[in-house]
Design a protein around this ligand. Sequence first.
Ligand code: S6P
Ligand code: ZN
Length: 195
Amino acid sequence: MREVPFSFEIQAPDYVPTEYDNHIQRKLSSMRGQYLNQDAYGDMLSRDDVLLYQVYELKRPEIEGELLHGISIVHPGKVGNEYFMTKGHYHTILETAEVYFTLKGQGYMVMETPEGDSAIEELAKGKLLYVPPRWAHRSVNINPEEDLVMFFVYPGNAGHDYGTIETQGFKKLVIEKDGKPDIVDNPRWTQPEGK
Ligand code: S6P
Ligand code: ZN
């Protein structure tokens, strides 16, 4: 791993970085239990294990002081009426933030805290989103035609905690209603204990 400054390019139209170390491809089968409409999920999976999103990461030491960074690409589509989205996670070290800069497409970042606070911010080309420490985050692509492409950067020691979200999802869901995105309560979600 290089210990000298380096640079690379992230260019339209596909925004795949000219340098990367890991290429993660998350398919429908890795999202079991995440979409509200389980029948639609099962039907879709029986036809094809669709590619939902991809992440290109540059490898850096996972220690305080380093910055992990790369590109995430969420493809367009829906499971039932719920848009394609990332799994979503808390950082293992809760007190670590993250920055997302949208390069292409349209979507929402769905966020919440362990105390049950919830927030949703629009993602659109040219917009920068700051996700403060303690906020779990999931990106959702609401454009039926286009990829949602974002550059992200976060502390090297942050780590990923997927378990909490896998268990109960996020408090809010982004679904399509009458041809438009709509934000609704997740009926599976419950207030965290003692909050
Ligand atoms: C990592 C950062 C992104 C996500 C990516 C995929 O902290 O938030 O790189 O990993 O957007 O989402 P997920 O929830 O599958 O890791
Ligand atoms: Zn993150």
